[in-house]
Write a protein that binds this ligand. Structure first.
Ligand code: C2E
Ligand code: MG
Ligand code: MG
Length: 425
């Protein structure tokens, strides 16, 4: 029978199974050890995926024999992902056992050099097990390039990043309440008219203690710890209230895109939240577009597909964000329906109209594909007039980027250009 707690390849625990069981064990006197195999990707390429799978099973077997789980101990063993294994064990034996693991692995593979790196962390009383695992992983990652040692203990220097993550999680609610988090708007331009036809709402966190915290830091953290829906609901409500203020004053408005995480569909009833806010602020659905990034996992497929379809049936446009930034882009396009594709700014990185022949082929053929599927195409990250001219010449519908304007306050966006193309609310 398929069980979410057990890894089907190796028969040991999955991350989920590990986290739920470890939560019942007191961390006092325990160690978390994060193991990762060096160059596993290269190994797969050289010897094939079947041999790769064999190695993973072998590692699970070795770890299981050196950290056996029985009535006399609390040992837990899991495969978190790919070649990442985690052990929760008593700290007294941690280091000696890591050496035994290495020796065992060497003895099985005399011809191929395999190094299983280990990062060790001793959690304090009542510490969150997920944080403890992150620390063990940081220690493991820190010796990736140092081939003279194969294990390393976590130390405080590694924790700056984790401290920020913890700060973000601890202060999110206060930051929302005190409005340290706000929303700025970046113009979106229709290329056929050269006029602003929309805006993207982007969250900004200006913290009185930590200063400006970049979305590149707080978005992944909130996703990782499954708090992202709080930010997304807040940002969407903020947009509604900014728009209501303008409408009450008789000022023009244009459609705005809000960013949703695919996790919002799991963590809350995001459609209900948006519908409620839109009704309360009397905004028509044509005024709000939904952006979803392409990094969609297979597991979310049904929930997300239903969500996208419901949004579209209600009359919202759904846009695919950051198309081309990950390896799943084409499959996502195949499996989901979008109204607009936003081409990731990486397409234009280092772009030179006279030289970048390959980039031009890629951009124009993907544009053609969007056309054939009946979707509009928007180019992100436009920074120069040459890029703009090229995109216009090949028929992009919309563009966005510093060339037209950085994210700014809503009033500033409307003041940017007198001849804004106005879509009446
Ligand atoms: P995104 O949705 O792809 O947003 C575009 C990002 O590119 C923004 O970064 C914007 O400031 C930046 N950008 C725009 N034009 C240019 C350009 O010409 N050159 C360069 N180098 N950059 C440009 P930002 O605001 O830092 O946001 C980063 C990402 O964080 C966003 O990428 C989006 O995925 C996420 N994000 C931001 N706000 C929210 C939010 O409220 N909810 C969720 N779930 N994600 C958000
Ligand atoms: Mg976006
Ligand atoms: Mg984007």
């Amino acid at each position: 029978m398929y069980c979410l707690d057990i890894d089907s390849l190796t028969g040991i625990l999955t991350r989920g199974g590990f986290i739920s069981r470890a939560g019942n064990i007191s961390p006092a006197g325990m160690a978390v050890i994060w193991f990762n195999l060096d160059n596993f990707k290269m190994f797969n390429k050289r010897f094939g995926f079947d041999r790769g799978d064999e190695i993973l099973k072998e590692i699970a077997m070795i770890l299981g024999s050196i950290f056996p789980s029985d009535d006399s101990n609390h040992n837990l063993l899991a495969r978190f992902s790919d070649d990442n294994f985690v052990v929760f064990t008593e700290w007294t034996m941690a280091e000696a056992n890591i050496e035994s693991v290495q020796e065992y692995l060497y003895s099985l593979h005399e011809n191929v050099t395999l190094r299983l790196r280990a990062g060790i962390y001793f959690p304090s009383e009542s510490e969150d097990i997920r944080l403890s695992c992150d620390r063990a992983k940081l220690a493991c990652d820190s010796i990736r390039k140092n081939h003279s040692i194969s294990s390393c203990m976590f130390h405080d220097g590694m924790s700056r990043e984790l401290a920020l993550q913890q700060y973000i999680l601890d202060t999110l609610d206060a930051a929302l309440t005190h409005e340290y988090i706000t929303v700025l708007y970046q113009p979106i331009v229709r290329l056929s008219t050269g006029k602003i036809c929309g805006a993207e709402a982007l969250a900004r966190w200006n913290d009185p203690e930590a200063g400006i915290i970049s979305p590149a830091k707080f978005i992944p953290t909130l996703e990782k710890y499954r708090e992202i829906h709080k930010l997304d609901i807040y940002a969407m409500k903020r947009v509604c209230s900014d728009y209501m203020t303008r409408i009450k004053e008789g000022l023009p408005v244009i459609p705005v895109s809000v960013n949703l995480s695919r996790l919002d569909f799991e963590l809350c009833d995001i459609i209900h939240e948006i519908e409620l806010a839109m009704t309360l602020s009397s905004l028509p659905r044509s005024m709000m577009n939904i952006e979803i990034t392409e990094s969609i996992n297979d597991e979310d497929m049904t929930v997300l597909n239903l969500g996208i379809e419901r949004f579209r049936a209600l009359g919202y446009e759904v846009w695919m964000d950051d198309f081309g930034s990950g390896y799943s882009s084409l499959n996502v396009l195949k499996d989901y329906s979008f109204d607009t594709i936003k081409f990731d700014m990486k397409f234009l990185h280092g772009f030179d109209v006279n030289k970048s022949e390959k980039a031009k082929y890629i951009i124009s053929s993907n544009l053609e594909m969007a056309r054939l599927m009946g979707m509009q195409a928007l180019a992100e990250g436009v920074e120069t007039p040459e890029q703009l001219e090229y995109l216009r010449s090949i028929g992009f519908d919309k563009a966005q980027g510093y060339y037209f304007g950085r994210p700014m306050k809503l009033d500033e966006l409307f003041a940017l250009e007198r001849g804004i193309e106005i879509v009446n609310a």
